[in-house]
Design a protein around this ligand. Structure first.
Ligand SMILES: Nc1nc2c(ncn2[C@@H]2O[C@H](COP(=O)(O)OP(=O)(O)O)[C@@H](O)[C@H]2O)c(=O)[nH]1
Ligand SMILES: [Mg+2]
Length: 327
């Protein structure tokens, strides 16, 4: 591979190498994608036609509930079945790849030397395109690199985490006995996105109660499929085989009903919509539209135009104008 000393190989070259199994290229490509969303356009063609092959699994839940420990146990199980696994640890709250993800590295260290495992973290760093968009791109890269399973762990239980976990085919929501975790999950709307509910730390008191409460709650859920409730003690490796089976069953069910295709279509549409809106926002912030916007704002203040008309005019301008060359 020909490499420019300053900038390194071109993104398209990196993408080709990553798809060919070069782990260093894969790591560099993911960094490139993470730091410069504009590169997506360059690597897209090298990845096209290679996406959609992996099984994707999302894990979310409050910090400390045992996500990383469970991911590590899942990786062990998938490796035992001969599958190549990538893990993406995503932290929407942290501007840096900080403490939580560092702890995850320790939790997953048993897989460090395994060439069939690739572990990577993504943090928000105040990105423009949104962390969910960056995660979607990273997923596409990992799928193209030929991983059979991609597990996405998100730190936390806010809307951003839910959006990210929902990028996966199967979303697992983790809870632990007691501490009001179950109630909290309902509040956060987590129950709605859960395909599988995992009660981890089942070796602790109160697990049976939490399982019973959650099971009752899923029974009240109107319509749609009910999430399975799985009892896990990740540190002991208990319940992991059942969790693997529940995840697989959910995926089979999705495929059989056509829901998998529907979800993937909806995700692609979301992605296109997001990129379009970002492009639109970028253009509005650049000449000549930024000046036009300021001018229209004056008209609105003066009472010579209403904001709805002004928006229509501006949109028409943006849509008909030639793309402005970069300075
Ligand atoms: N007792 C018990 N502790 C667990 C279990 N799973 C994880 N832990 C512990 O909970 C803590 C947080 O685990 P971690 O996987 O980092 O949680 P995360 O923040 O959700 O990723 C660690 O000290 C784990 O050893 C479990 O099944 N039982
Ligand atoms: Mg973790």
């Amino acid at each position: 591979m020909h490499a420019d000393r300053e900038r390194g190989p071109a993104p398209a070259e990196l993408a080709a190498a990553a798809v060919g199994g070069d782990r260093r290229a894969l790591a560099r490509l993911l960094s490139a994608v993470e730091n410069a969303p504009a590169l997506w356009r360059e690597i897209g063609p090298a990845l096209a036609g290679r996406a959609g092959g992996a099984q994707t699994v999302g894990l979310t839940g409050a910090p400390g509930v045992g996500k990383s420990t469970t991911v590590s146990a899942l990786v062990r199980a998938y490796r035992g079945a001969g599958r190549r696994v990538a893990v993406l640890a995503v932290d929407p709250s942290s501007p840096f790849t900080g403490g939580a993800l560092l702890g995850d590295r320790v939790r997953m260290s048993e897989h460090a030397g395994d060439p069939g495992v690739f572990i990577r973290s993504l943090a928000s760093r105040g990105r423009l395109g949104g962390l969910a968009a960056a995660t979607a791109q990273a997923l596409r890269v990992l799928e193209a690199a030929g991983f059979d399973v991609v597990v996405v762990e998100t730190v936390g239980v806010g809307q951003a985490e839910i959006d990210i976990a929902a990028l996966a085919d199967t979303t697992c929501v983790l809870l632990a006995p007691g501490a009001g975790d179950d109630v909290q999950a309902v509040k956060a709307g987590l129950l709605e996105v859960a395909d599988v509910l995992v009660v981890n730390k089942a070796d602790r008191p109160g697990a049976a109660r939490t399982i019973a409460d959650l099971t009752a709650m899923t029974r009240m859920r109107a319509g749609g499929r009910r999430p399975a409730v799985v009892r896990v003690a990740a540190t002991l490796g208990e319940g992991i085989d059942e969790l693997v089976e529940r995840i697989a069953a959910h995926r089979r069910d999705l495929a059989a009903t056509g829901e998998l295709d529907r979800r993937r279509l909806a995700r692609a549409a979301d992605e296109i919509r997001g990129l379009t809106l970002t492009a639109l926002r970028d253009r509005l912030a650049a000449p000549p539209h930024d000046a036009r916007l300021a001018e229209l704002a004056h008209l609105v203040i003066a009472g010579t135009a209403d904001p709805w008309s002004a928006a229509e005019w501006l949109l028409a301008d943006v849509l008909t104008a030639q793309p402005v060359p970069a300075p």
